[in-house]
Design a protein around this ligand. Structure first.
Ligand code: GLA
Length: 408
């Protein structure tokens, strides 16, 4: 009798411990923001296995992999039906070799494969969602060798977002394969305030569109230009929630998708400074040199991937000029000067006048009276120090970025 009770108690404890172990996300999958590519911005629903394979090849050949990009993510529309047991299948016409073979192909190139699902009954494009199938789908993704899950928020009326995303987090953990969990809930329910332990990043806005400051209405929802997304989440408190392992996601990149070079440069710099995941959304097989140079700029990527993981803060907004600053590892700082306006801008920044920078949220401060810095310009040549005012000429919608290092 006693031994039965003991066995029962041990079984209970082991069971409880293993359940408790599942009640967390996988750690260290996004100590710095994820970098990769996603099909949606260019291909919409037109995804198939040969295109995805070509994209993996292009990520290697273009130098993007060497610059740090890792994930090849298939967005909506890869799905077929569920089989009689409820297992989700791929669309067999588009993915005749199956998802496992595709994951193998991507892995053989030293890259990782991402997939997309939805917390509701159907995805945004109307394919089967994961509602009620969370554990089963997570197991399927793990069996296929998936490394990243973007989890959308369509068709979720009356569903509690914290519950829905936590269920999928636990399902992924239970399935046992480390899968980065990318929450795509558009910022509707302030995910920054609850998702730190649920996902590795959370979207803060509706969908991006490749324009500088436009809103494109689709009736009940809109797509947003770069400045619109920036301004929508101008609340400086958002940055306090982001850090290693959990990032604000300002949506996938539109670099190379029709904006001007200056706009692309500013968009990329902003997303890097904000510690957003850098998920390219252009056709990597046919990009211009200018697009490739932007996407692979190592100095800018280094700001995004800086191990301190502190999101940039707005330092000044004066007319069309915005200055963002970002504390970096080792006492360095990034300063970004952005011309939002449609005409060129001349600006002189006097460090002696703007002598104080205070990041109270993360406890990083500069006093230029007490501490001199040297600076190096990113995107183009240029060096100097903070003993003399900085004169800048910024083209319309363009950016100047400095990396400051303390003089010891
Ligand atoms: C939503 C998401 C987009 C994309 C589409 C796919 O709109 O926000 O990023 O995944 O669904 O249908």
């Amino acid at each position: 009798m006693r031994s039965t009770i003991l066995t029962w108690a041990t079984g209970f404890l082991v069971g409880w411990a293993s359940l408790a172990a599942n009640a967390e996300k996988f750690q260290h999958l996004a100590d710095t923001p994820a970098m990769g590519w996603n099909s949606w911005n260019t291909f919409d629903c037109n995804v198939d296995e040969s295109m995805i394979r070509e994209m993996a090849d292009a990520m290697v050949e273009s130098g993007m992999k060497a610059a740090g990009y890792e994930y090849i993510n298939i967005d909506d529309c890869w799905h077929g039906e569920r089989d009689v047991k409820g297992n989700i299948q791929v669309n067999k016409e588009r993915f005749p070799s199956g998802m496992k073979a595709l994951a193998d192909y991507v892995h053989q190139r030293g890259l990782k494969l991402g997939i997309y699902s939805d917390a509701g009954n159907t995805t945004c494009a109307g394919y089967p969602g994961s509602r009620g199938y969370e554990y089963q789908d997570a197991r399927t993704y793990a069996e296929w060798g998936i490394d990243y899950l973007k989890y959308d928020w369509c068709d979720t009326e009356n569903i509690n977002p914290i519950g829905a995303y936590t269920t999928m987090r636990d399902a992924l953990k239970r399935a046992g394969r480390p899968i980065l969990f990318s929450i795509c809930e558009w910022g509707d329910n302030q995910p920054w305030s609850w998702a730190q332990d649920v996902g590795h990043s959370w979207r803060v806005s509706g969908d991006i569109y490749p324009c500088w400051d436009c809103e494109l209405s689709w009736g009940s929802w809109s797509s947003w230009g770069v400045l619109k997304i920036l301004d929508m989440r101008a609340d400086e408190r958002l940055r306090q929630y982001a850090g290693p392992g959990h990032w604000n996601d300002y949506d996938m990149l539109e670099v190379g998708n029709g904006m001007t070079e200056a706009q692309d440069r500013s968009h990329f710099t902003l997303w890097a400074m904000l510690n957003s995941p850098l998920i390219a959304g252009n056709d990597l097989r046919n990009m211009s040199d200018a697009t490739r140079d932007i996407l692979t700029n190592r100095d800018i990527i280094a700001l995004n991937q800086d191990v301190l993981g502190v999101q940039a803060m707005k330092y000044l907004h004066q007319g069309e000029l915005m200055i963002y600053v970002k504390p970096l590892e080792g006492g360095d700082w990034a300063f970004m000067f952005l011309n939002r306006g449609d005409t060129p801008l001349s600006y002189t920044h006097d460090w002696a006048h703007h002598f104080e920078v205070k990041d109270d949220q993360f406890g990083h401060h500069i006093n230029f009276h007490d501490q001199q810095f040297t600076w190096r310009r990113l995107w183009r040549d240029g060096e100097g120090d903070t003993s003399k005012p900085l004169r800048l000429k910024l083209a319309a919608h363009d950016v100047a970025v400095l990396r400051l290092s303390p003089v010891r």
